[in-house]
Structures are given as C-alpha cells and as structure tokens.
Design a protein around this ligand. Structure first.
Ligand code: SAH
Length: 252
C-alpha cells in the first residue's frame, strides 16, 4: 500500500545536483498579498543579486521569469542553519538525510528547461529543502511536489508556508508521479533514477515536458528533456552531464 501524508502550504504565492555547467505563487510577498514583488522582501538581497548575475545570467540563463524568481526567493531560509552562511555559494549543500539542495545554476537551468510560466501546473519529484518548489511557485506555477523522506517533506512544507509560497507537498515514492493532480504541463525530477519512470511520461499533457537526470548511481548522469508530442510520441534532448543524488524507491 502506498501511504500519503499531505501537507498543504496554503497561504501565498512556489535538486540535487552538483557540477557546474562545464560538466563534471503565485508569489506574494508578505506585504502585498496579490502582486508579485519585483524586489525581494527578504534579507541578503545583495548576495542573491550577485548569485543571479554571476552564476545564472553570466552562464546563459535568459528566462526572465526564472531570473526574477531566483532574485526573490530567500535561498538561505531553505538550507540548514549550519550552512546558512554558504547559501548563495556556487555549489550544492547538505540538507540532512544524505540529500542536498542543488547548486543555484542547476535550479535555474532545470527551471528554464521546463519552459513554464504563470498558471502552468508542475509536478516536482524530490522536494528536498523546498527551494526548487519555491522558485517554481515564485514563477507563478501551480506546484505539486512529492518527497520520499517524511522529515524533509515536513520541513520543506513548514518553510514554504512560513514564507508564503503555495506548493502542495506529499510524502510518497515519486516514481508513480501524482496522478490525481495531473496531467501536468511539466514534471521536474531532482534525484537521478537509472531509467525514466513511465508513470511520469503518462502524467504529462500533450506537449508536456519532463526534465530528469538519468544514469547510474554515484556516477555522472545525463540531464534529459523529454517532450510528449500531440500523437503521444516522446522525443528526448540531452541537456548535458550532471551529478545528482540517487532516486530511491519505497520499500514494498
Ligand atoms: N529539489 C530539492 C533537491 C532535492 S535532493 C531542493 O530544491 O532542495 C533530491 C530529493 O529527492 C531528496 O530529498 C530525496 O529524498 C528525494 N527523492 C529521492 N528518491 C525519491 C523518490 N522516489 N520519490 C520522491 N522523492 C525522492
């Protein structure tokens, strides 16, 4: 039996990868509940600006919605206190349970690859810290996110809620997607399986996009973007080499 514990962050607005590009909400700020802020209401804005300019724009990310979201979402709130100082560094960070929050560039690259915007319905597999979900929510997406480690899901839900990002979080094995809320405009997977889970392709709309790292555990994987055509045919595009934490499976 698959059990689901639901957490809904119902207020407002909302990977694990290393390897730099080389290889190897309806957002609502706390003070303006209906308008997406253009300036972050959160502290450490200077560090965020530098992160976005140097790690994201200078490396070729152009989607203004992604750029704006990452200027706003307070990444330091999603990392454990012990690593808060390093939150805007050009690398992934541990978030407990052997998992990591992805390097900022990887979050930006995957978010752009999804090709989504306001109102699009997105499923994330691998909630982790909740940061990627917050970025998608800040881009105006309707976000559903599934995490297999209950403690991580619980913490992510609390942070998302406290910051006012709306993302619906479930504890589950994301191999099966989340059929109930589908079909999705896009699905993002932030842990690496050794093959593409068919249920995720099945839960995409026509023209929908799956962005997923696939490859052997503990080695370099390939980031793929799969698109489902109108006739149901799937085409894949290689987006480059990455290194992600393993996709794990629930015990039967
Ligand atoms: N997107 C996250 C990064 C997550 S790291 C962030 O922004 O912080 C990858 C996450 O995928 C881990 O938390 C891991 O527990 C989770 N995961 C691994 N296998 C999974 C599965 N089968 N279903 C759901 N989550 C999974």
């Amino acid at each position: 039996m698959r059990s689901r514990i639901w957490f809904a962050a119902l207020l407002v607005a909302g990977c694990s990868a290393s390897l730099p590009p080389a290889i190897d909400d309806t957002t609502r700020g706390p003070d303006s509940p209906t308008e997406a802020p253009t300036v972050s209401p959160y502290d450490r804005a200077e560090e965020r600006t530098k992160m976005v300019d140097q790690q994201i724009i200078d490396r070729g990310i152009t989607d203004s919605n992604v750029i704006q979201a990452m200027r706003i979402v307070p990444r330091h709130r999603f990392v454990p206190d012990d690593f808060a100082d390093e939150a805007y560094g050009d690398h992934p960070l541990p978030i407990g349970h052997g998992q990591t929050i992805s390097q900022p560039y990887i979050v930006a690259m995957m978010s752009e690859a999804l090709g989504v915007g306001p109102g699009d319905r997105v499923l994330e597999v691998g909630t982790g810290s909740g940061y990627q979900a917050a970025v998608l929510a800040a881009m105006g997406c309707e976000v559903y996110t599934v995490e297999i480690v209950a403690e991580l899901a619980s913490r992510a839900e609390a942070v998302l809620s406290a910051l006012g990002y709306t993302a619906t979080v479930a504890v589950d094995d994301g191999y099966y997607g989340w059929e109930e809320h589908g079909p999705y405009d896009a699905i993002i997977v932030t842990a690496a399986p050794d093959h593409v889970p068919q249920p995720l392709l099945d839960q995409l709309k026509e023209g929908g996009v799956l962005v997923i790292p696939v490859g052997p555990i503990g080695a370099v994987q390939t980031m793929w973007r799969f698109t489902v055509d109108a006739d149901g045919a799937v085409t894949g595009e290689n987006l480059g080499a990455v290194r992600f934490v393993p996709f794990t499976r629930a015990a039967e």
